[in-house]
Design a protein around this ligand. Structure first.
Ligand SMILES: NC(=O)c1ccc[n+]([C@@H]2O[C@H](COP(=O)([O-])OP(=O)(O)OC[C@H]3O[C@@H](n4cnc5c(N)ncnc54)[C@H](O)[C@@H]3O)[C@@H](O)[C@H]2O)c1
Length: 194
């Protein structure tokens, strides 16, 4: 049974991803500072395949302990969106950039990392369309920190022979009326590739 660590899983994306992974019998540990509370995790506390660590990805020691012995790390923890990042730029940078570096630095060569990127990395692209080859020109501070985080993830290959994947075009809309498998098809697609 694959052991998965998800950072930032108490947030929006995590709230739809977690039940899907538990349904597939993955053993899931959630690592989250509960910046916005943890109510989405409550239905799973009695699930034997679920465990929770209240922690901050800027706490290198605690993070390293959590990453150890996991097969897959799904890195969602971030300060998300322009308003939240502009409100506290130091927090946004230390979480989105330094926090991502901490995650990467904890990895062993046999571990998989799934990093949640964002379309905000592209900024305003000519013609309003973009693909993997479109240059990254982030406009917002959110996009800038996520672009820097993405570059850190892409450097892994140079440091370790570590397996990595990056979701570039992930955009999810908080339409909670939708069934979870419709909302998160792109996240699941990567899970299946593993
Ligand atoms: N929601 C979207 O449409 C969307 C689109 C593209 C990319 N993403 C990316 O997906 C990821 C998750 O997005 P979301 O919408 O679920 O965000 P969210 O704000 O709903 O959740 C973020 C979670 O991260 C946690 N967190 C924040 N700082 C932390 C820290 N220092 N240590 C540990 N946990 C911390 C928060 O407590 C929260 O539970 C982010 O990396 C985001 O950039 C989201």
């Amino acid at each position: 049974m694959k052991r998965i660590l998800i950072t930032g899983d108490a947030g929006y994306i995590g709230s739809v991803l977690l039940p899907l992974l538990l349904k597939e019998n993955f053993k899931v540990t959630v690592f989250d500072s509960l910046l916005y509370g943890g109510s989405s995790l409550l239905p799973y506390i009695s699930n034997n395949n679920f465990s929770f660590i209240k922690g901050d990805i800027r706490d290198k020691g605690l993070l390293a302990k959590a990453v150890k012995n996991k097969d897959i790390i799904i890195h969602l923890a971030a300060i998300v969106g322009l308003p939240a990042c502009n409100k506290d730029k130091d927090l946004a940078y230390s979480t989105n950039v330094q926090g991502t570096r901490n995650v990467v630095n904890c990895l062993s060569p046999n571990q998989y990392l799934i990093h949640a990127s964002t379309v905000s990395n592209y900024g305003a692209s000519p013609g309003n369309t973009c693909d993997e080859k479109t240059p990254l020109r982030p406009v917002s501070y959110y996009g800038k920190t996520k672009t820097e985080a993405g570059k850190i993830v892409m450097e892994i290959k140079l440091i370790l022979s570590c397996n990595k994947m990056k979701l570039e075009n992930l955009t999810a809309f908080p339409d909670l009326e939708k069934p979870a498998d419709e909302t998160t098809w792109n996240v699941l697609g990567v899970g299946k590739a593993i």
